[in-house]
Design a binder for this molecule. Structure first.
Ligand code: SAM
Length: 333
């Protein structure tokens, strides 16, 4: 996941060899320390993106470790294949898939009982810089926002179909937007004149409706939360995250590590609650005299409070600034 502060024009040049990804992997050393890959290890990168973390894991599992890299975005898979395919050969398996389907996709590729599973949520800098995708307020472009452009409904269509109460609810739920009602009314009013088709058009409507800063937020474009909300809705991100985490725990061997990088409070809340529930095991009501559910703890938390990037990393890579890393280890239960 990246912030909106980066320069969309700062794209790499092509010179015969595949251009390096724009995306700089976030908290890469901490991710490696938490995954603790060893030679011969087998890992799943559920969000392979630009392949930065995957490359590090493959290097750490030399000479014969294997990694399954998934991404919902076919363009990301193609870029990683072009960049890393020849170097790692059949040690790197890539599949365009949503991690919401991890429970079936990973075993079908021969990846279960794995040593580690990584989720690095949200979107990459390469996606944000892509003018065809409409992810970026400043990048602009047609308002699509789907990770997988072969499925689902583009953001422009979603935006055209919701009435004021529905849009207000969506902006509150997925954007925690304090001006949700005002923005929803402005969008529906603007739509009466002409459909909102591009990221620029939407950003302009919002800037007129909710100028200034959201309370407690500085240097943030007034459309930031709306863009986040639409992206989450279009990709059904939170449901995919819950399904992906549940599958990952099933796929880990005892001692295997689950590592998640999240970038906003909605994601982090889901991850934190999930890890706590798996650490606790028993789901009986606290007043029950004895456990009747029989569920045992399946995870041990490696860093109970989560880790955040250093100031030095935030300065070098501002898109890391909202990251939180949580890690857990699979127990034998
Ligand atoms: C922050 S980037 C990952 C960057 C990567 N760790 C690296 O080092 O380059 C997140 C990636 O996850 C993908 N993604 C987001 N939600 C997904 C989902 N539900 N299933 C599969 N991929 C998803 C996005 O398409 C994007 O490429």
């Amino acid at each position: 996941m990246v912030s909106e502060s980066e320069n969309p024009d700062d794209v790499g040049t092509h010179s015969g060899t595949p251009a390096p990804p724009l995306h700089v992997p976030v908290m890469a050393d901490a991710v490696l320390a938490a995954l603790a890959p060893a030679p011969g290890g087998r890992h799943i990168d559920a969000t392979v993106g630009g392949g930065g973390h995957a490359e590090r894991v493959l290097a750490a599992t030399d000479p014969d470790g294997r990694l399954l890299g998934l991404d919902a975005d076919g363009a990301a898979i193609a870029r990683v294949r072009a960049r890393l395919g020849a170097r790692f050969g059949d040690r790197l398996r890539l599949r365009q898939a949503n991690f919401g389907e991890l429970a079936t996709v990973a075993p079908a590729e021969g990846f279960d009982g794995v040593d580690g599973c990584l989720f690095d949520l949200g979107l990459s800098s390469d996606q944000l810089a892509d003018r065809e995708r409409g992810f970026g307020i400043r990048t602009g472009g047609p308002l699509d926002m789907r990770f997988d452009t072969s499925r689902g409904v583009p953001a422009a269509e979603l935006l055209a179909s919701l009435d004021v109460p529905e849009l207000t609810a969506l902006l509150r739920r997925y954007g925690e937007e304090p001006f949700a009602g005002r923005i929803a009314r402005a969008v529906v009013d603007a739509r009466r004149g002409a459909p909102i088709r591009t990221a620029e058009e939407l950003a302009e409507v919002i800037a007129r409706a909710a100028p200034g800063r959201a309370p407690g937020r500085r240097r943030v474009h007034p459309a930031t939360r709306t863009f986040q909300a639409l992206r989450i809705a279009v990709n059904e991100e939170l449901a995919a995250l819950e399904a992906g985490l549940a599958a990952a725990v099933d796929l880990l061997r005892p001692g295997g590590r689950l590592v998640v990088l999240s970038y906003h409070s909605l994601e982090d809340r889901i991850v934190k609650r999930f890890l706590r529930a798996e650490r606790r095991g028993c789901t009986c009501l606290p007043e029950a005299p004895v456990c009747i559910c029989g569920r045992r703890p399946r995870l041990r938390l490696v860093n109970p409070k989560g880790d955040v990037p250093s100031q030095a990393e935030i300065v070098a890579n501002p898109r890391a600034r909202s990251a939180r890393l949580r890690a857990a280890e699979r127990l034998a239960a």
